[in-house]
Design a protein around this ligand. Structure first.
Ligand code: AMP
Ligand code: MG
Length: 369
């Protein structure tokens, strides 16, 4: 193959996408070398991480980065996360000293590799379009062995947002990526299911007030053991106000959403069930095809004709809920559901991350009974 600046064709014609299965427990080095070569030549490779699948390109190749935005239909003001596989790469992509440097090192020590993205000052080596022109960069050292092997073999940091079409639920299984990205990327690595299931915690150490911009599996409580003054953005606040510049650009969009309308109901469990049952009756009369996003505990109360009921798992287990959330949202689409009623879930720990994604999928549509 001739060396090109960017492998992606500039026409709208579908690309030839290779699907490569890789076993997380027995990583095939030749397959990884092939994928790494495509990254180095400016191509697009989807790969599994412990959070969700990523759509990756060399973080040092501005054309390839541009193709990520095209492949996803991603708004040009929503920055990407740069994935690294060692601390030498961290030096290449960030430019910070003093307190910021100190905190970066401490947090990296404590939480990397793992589901935490840190926002720090960007080194000029990283093209501006990775960060949509911001002088910061989001960096993460994933713990997934396939992600690590790919970045290491590529020898360059990999810029990657989630490997879904913009706005859709993030992909947590190879099949989800194939659904969204076939014909849009060079390679899809199918490496099985993602363990965490929701995107990384985004923690900003470059701003005046160090805050969590997006909740994830690494919680405020955990971060506070390292950074006492750590804070969390109030994500229930609407962020689409044109006068207010959101600190994390991705926050202003309806996101993670199935095609169906999603409505969340919060309150005392039995009141939630009766409210949802009466809403189902109304929606059915209006011709909607209804679904309920329930838990193992509430599942049995929704046995209605022509209603698709899916369980996120146990009410008490937010890790299980996180790993099932996006798969459930996609299944509603597969089953032709166009109105989903979701039970609000317990907050705290990873529960905050699950509720954050559900809230965004519902476009803020939450009703308290
Ligand atoms: P995704 O990889 O699709 O889950 O999206 C990455 C998210 O990380 C973006 O939507 C932003 O919210 C956040 N992010 C990445 N880089 C930055 C940055 N430099 N400043 C603020 N937020 C960022
Ligand atoms: Mg995303």
């Amino acid at each position: 193959m001739r060396e090109q600046k960017s492998l992606r064709r500039e026409t709208d014609k579908a690309m030839n996408t290779e699907i490569i299965k890789i076993d997380i427990n027995n990583i095939d080095k030749e397959k990884i070398a092939h994928c790494a070569e495509v990254i180095r030549k400016g191509g697009l490779v989807c790969f599994p991480t412990e959070t969700v699948y990523g759509l990756g390109a060399s973080a040092f190749n501005a054309d390839a980065v541009n193709n990520i935005f095209k492949a996803k239909g991603r708004p040009a003001d929503n920055p990407l996360i740069v994935h690294i596989s060692d601390y030498k790469m961290l030096e290449l992509v960030t430019d910070c000293d003093g307190i910021q440097r100190d905190i970066l090192d401490k947090l990296a020590d404590e939480f990397w590799p793992g589901p935490l993205t840190l926002i720090a000052h960007r080194d000029d080596a990283v093209p501006a379009n990775v960060s949509c022109g911001l002088d910061t960069v989001g960096i993460r050292f994933p713990s997934h062995p396939i992600a690590q092997a790919l970045i290491e073999a590529a020898g360059v940091p990999i810029a990657a947002p989630s490997a879904n079409l913009s706005g859709r639920p993030s992909p947590t299984r190879g099949a989800h990526v194939i659904e969204d990205m076939m014909g849009r990327v060079d390679i899809i690595i199918d490496g099985g299911n993602c363990e965490v299931g929701v995107e990384s915690t985004v923690f900003d150490i470059a701003g005046e007030q160090m805050s969590i911009l997006r909740p994830g599996a690494v919680t405020l409580e955990q971060i506070s053991t390292v950074v006492e003054s750590a804070d969390e953005l109030d994500w229930m606040k609407p962020h689409d106000n044109a006068t207010e510049k959101p600190r994390s650009p991705g926050l202003k969009y309806r996101h993670y959403a199935p095609k169906a309308t999603v409505k969340i109901c919060d309150g005392e469990p039995s009141a939630v069930v009766s409210h949802i049952l009466s809403e189902i009756k109304k929606a059915k009369n209006e011709g909607y095809s209804c679904g309920v996003l329930a838990t193992d505990e509430s599942f049995c109360y929704y046995k209605e004709d022509n209603v698709v009921v899916l369980s996120l798992g146990s009410l008490q287990d937010s890790l299980e809920q996180a790993s099932n959330l996006f798969h459930c949202l996609r299944r509603f689409d597969d089953m032709g559901v166009n109105m989903v009623f979701a039970e609000a879930l317990p907050k705290g720990g990873t529960g905050d991350a699950v509720m954050n994604r559900l809230y965004r999928a519902a476009g803020g549509n939450i009703f308290t009974v």
